[in-house]
Design a protein around this ligand. Sequence first.
Ligand code: ZN
Length: 133
Amino acid sequence: MKIIKVDHVGIAVNSIDIGKNFWSDILGLPFEGDETVAEQKVKTAFFPVGESEVELLESTSPDGPISKYIEKKGEGIQHVAFRVDDIDSALAELKQKGIRLIDEKPRKGAGGAKIAFLHPKSTNGVLVELCER
Ligand code: ZN
C-alpha cells in the first residue's frame, strides 16, 4: 500500500453556501462549485490548498450520514482522506492487518474518485477515507 498524500480534510457543515464564506471569501481559497453525490446523500464542495483540499459536506437528506454526524457532534472536521495509488490492494492489505473497514469495496465519490472508509474504532477515533483518483 502506498499513501501518496493527504488528499483532503472533510468538514461537515449545515450549509455549503454559508460555510464557503469562511473558506473562500475570508481565507481566499478558490471555490470551484459543488457536486451532489446522491448515493451518499451529500453535497460536496472542494477548496484546493496546495497539494491538498478542504472538502465541505452538506447533507441532502435528514437520514444521511452528515446529518447524523452534525446531530451528534455539531459542525466540524468529519474525516481525513489519504490518496493511495491502488485502493483495492490498500483495502485488502488493511483488512488482512485486522483493520475494520466500513467499505469492503470502493464506491464512487465526488469527482469520479474511488473512495472507501475505515472504521474509527480501528483508527484512534478518526474516520479515515482512502481515495484513488
Ligand atoms: Zn472526503
